[in-house]
Write a protein that binds this ligand. Sequence first.
Ligand code: GRF
Length: 195
Amino acid sequence: MKVAILISGSGSNMVALAQSMTGDHPARPCLVLSNDPDAGGLAKARAMGIPTAAVDHRPFKGDRAAFEAALLEPLQAAQPDLVALAGFMRVLTADFVRGLEGRMLNIHPSLLPKYKGLNTHARAIAAGDTEAGCTVHKVTAALDDGPILGQARVPVLPDDTPEQLAARVLPMEHQLYPLVLRRLAMGDRRPVSLP
Ligand code: GRF
């Protein structure tokens, strides 16, 4: 099973996923693709021997369809069985998602369906939540809304800042995403729940 991983930044989730795809794991990373040619994750992928590509979204100035057509070129060339969005910060159009229907995953830093969109940790703190976390879900046309494949929970502490909560959630993302991918690759349809 070939997995393409889309990133926008440091790619810590990409590293966790790529490092998990070894030994008897039936999946292997086939491409790391970014919308930012300077994304730190691209260098990490190259150091791991994974093919990389970048399609800078800025020249397309909001023409999502044109950007996505350019993004599809390296993606289709890699012929992935699965596409994992990992810290990918561009909203994808319904057409793009439909083209990959059912074969695209995303990790979102909240306990969906709560806090779709951005600033999830600040919102959880502002709401007085006592727990937060992250969710891996199948990507559908609606933002952060597809079937949930796994979740990881962490406590929210009384004096948490969003940065402190993010630092508690991120390591759980690095555990959750590889676990969900492994179950998917093994045909195990049980949802993952951590801890
Ligand atoms: C992190 O905020 C994470 O919660 C979200 O994307 C951001 C960057 O992740 N999934 P990464 O280090 O680029 O994987």
